[in-house]
Design a protein. Structure first.
Length: 151
């Protein structure tokens, strides 16, 4: 089941998440199964070795996981809020240039919906790989998300 049309999510993220707009994140592909987001190389976001700062890489990947969550569960926002509960980031190679984050839902969306509808608070993982322009994986992020009922 689709939570929100993918073509609406990039503009939504820019409108409601100031950091997304500040970084100029580009939502290339958005679906409940996979989201691709690009961070263009910007000198003001570089670190001491000339690549994107770890915080910019994290923001890119976390935003990609959030877009997957909205694509999968956005239709439930009248009764729930999506929240990240934990995140684990691995920086595996020095990043250079433009970065592409590819996030995937690593859970059963229908099962999470059923748990929510049964009155429990589901948790589900979304994983993301960050690649440089050459396709080298420079980082990975796993975020545990939850659907919290609105009161």
């Amino acid at each position: 089941m689709v939570g929100m049309p993918g073509d609406q999510i990039g503009p939504l993220m820019h409108a409601v998440v100031p950091m997304v707009a500040t970084l100029g994140l580009e939502y290339v592909e958005v679906s409940p199964e996979r989201t691709v987001v690009v961070l263009r190389d910007q000198p003001e976001y570089r670190n001491h070795v000339g690549g994107p700062h770890a915080a910019a890489m994290f923001a890119l990947a976390e935003s990609a996981t959030g877009a997957v969550a909205i694509a999968a569960f956005g239709d439930m926002m009248d009764r729930a809020v999506l929240l990240p509960t934990t995140a684990t980031m691995d920086y595996v190679a020095i990043a250079r240039g433009d970065l592409t984050a590819t996030a995937r839902l690593d859970a059963d969306a229908d099962a999470a919906r059923a748990q929510f509808d049964a009155g429990t608070r589901p948790e589900f993982d979304i994983v993301c790989e960050i690649a440089d322009a050459k396709g080298t994986i420079t980082g990975t992020l796993r975020v545990r998300w939850t659907l919290k009922a609105l009161r």
